[in-house]
Design a protein around this ligand. Sequence first.
Ligand SMILES: [Zn+2]
Length: 118
Amino acid sequence: MEPDKARQRLLAERRDILQRRARLSVSFNDIVEAARDSNVDDEHDTEGTTIASERSMVSSLDREAAERVEGIGRALDRVAAGSYGRCLTCGGLISDGRLEARPDAEQCIDCAQQSSRR
Ligand SMILES: [Zn+2]
C-alpha cells in the first residue's frame, strides 16, 4: 500500500473512532439525565442498575476506542518510518486486503490467527 494512501486511511479511521466516541459519551449523558429526572423507586433501584450496566458498557467501548486510537498512532509512526505494512511478528508483508479492512493491523493474517489461538 502506498504510504500516502495508508496515512489517509489511518487518519480517516482515527477521525471515525473519535466521532463515534464523542457520540457515545453524549448518549451516555442522556441516559444519566433521563434517570435523574424520573422518580426512582427506592426499593427497586432499577434505574441505578441500568446506569451501572450502561456505564460499564460505555467504559469498555471507550477503552476499546482508546486502544484503537493508540494503535493507529503507532501505525502512523510506522508509515513515517517506512515499515508500515510489515508484520511486527514475522516481518512478512501484510496483504493490502487486510490493511484495507484494518489499516492499523500489526500482524499478517497468519500471525494474527496464531496469537488469537494462543
Ligand atoms: Zn506475520
